[in-house]
Design a protein around this ligand. Structure first.
Ligand SMILES: Nc1ncnc2c1ncn2[C@@H]1O[C@H](COP(=O)(O)OP(=O)(O)OP(=O)(O)O)[C@@H](O)[C@H]1O
Ligand SMILES: [Mg+2]
Length: 269
């Protein structure tokens, strides 16, 4: 959790999700979701499979369009602009530009297999922000250092462990200096002994002032790192609160029932 005495005060990265609805065919998978994450805040989303966690995350960077409601980042609409009283979708180029503010880390790393670790990290700043190659390379090495991989800068993804690949993916997401970072189950494709090295990197980011929204099944990590734990079920936010409130004193029967199934009896809050 952020130390208020030493952490930088975040001034950017306010996420406001208001009444977001999304259907796939006849199935409504987000049924009016509203959530605010303050600048520099860390929100962890938990809930059963199929509850809409990934879909919600994907609406935040407009990988999914919404059917109702809206999302703003620092007051700016994501994916749309308001003309009169109607929302119109932005053009592809504008969407891509907006997305440089929003880093995303996926379960399966999604690194470019034909690029080295450093090239993976340095590519987007050159292509999307017009930075010089030299500048992007220097910054890329700094970021690889930050995730503990400076000595593997020249390695290709196939030469790296899953945990190392995911740390490269995190460095790549940081390279555009995003306002917010989205993580969709960043450790669930990893062997158990590699989970902590990735969680430790995210823990460090949690104190850095970047807004983080994390979907995970790692409840101990959620307890340690979240300002706000959000419990979703069947396309709705059932309950949200501090880790203490949600894990030790959930108010809603659905939340209680979920945690009684997923938390070890010895889980301490
Ligand atoms: N592109 C799609 N087309 C049709 N249905 C979809 C699509 N994406 C998701 N869904 C459906 O929407 C619902 C919510 O899916 P979502 O992936 O958001 O759940 P989740 O909470 O992330 O689950 P998990 O914990 O298993 O990752 C599910 O019923 C899923 O089958
Ligand atoms: Mg998911």
């Amino acid at each position: 959790m952020t130390d208020t005495l030493t952490a930088p005060t975040a001034t950017r990265g306010l996420v406001e999700i208001t009444g977001v609805r999304k259907s796939f065919g006849p199935t409504e998978v987000l049924k009016g979701v509203s959530l605010t994450v303050e600048p520099g805040g860390v929100a962890v989303i938990v809930g059963p499979s199929g509850s809409g966690k990934s879909t919600l995350l994907r609406t935040i960077n407009h990988l999914e369009k919404v059917d109702g409601g809206h999302i703003t980042i620092d007051g700016q609409l994501v994916g749309y602009k308001l003309r009169g009283d109607r929302l119109h979708e932005l053009r592809e180029k504008e969407i891509l530009k907006q997305r440089t503010d929003i880093g995303m880390v996926f379960q399966n790393f999604n690194l470019f297999p034909h690029l080295t670790a450093l090239e993976n990290v340095a590519e987007a700043p050159v292509v999307a922000q017009g930075r010089s190659k030299e500048d992007a390379r220097r910054r890329g090495l700094e970021l690889l250092d930050r995730v503990g991989l400076k000595d593997r800068a020249g390695a290709y993804p196939r030469q790296l462990s899953g945990g190392q690949q995911q740390r490269v993916a995190i460095a790549r997401a940081l390279a555009l200096d995003p306002k917010i970072l989205l993580f969709d189950e960043p450790t669930s494709a990893l062997d158990p002994e590699l989970v902590n090295e990735v969680l430790d990197v995210i823990r460090e980011l949690a104190t850095s002032g970047t807004t983080l929204i994390i979907v995970t099944h790692e409840m101990g990590f959620a307890r340690d790192v979240a300002d706000t734990v959000v419990f979703m079920d069947q396309g709705q936010i059932v309950e949200q609160g501090t880790p203490k409130e949600i894990f030790s004193n959930p108010q809603e029967p659905r939340t209680r029932s979920f945690f009684s199934k997923v938390l070890e009896p010895a889980f301490n809050i």
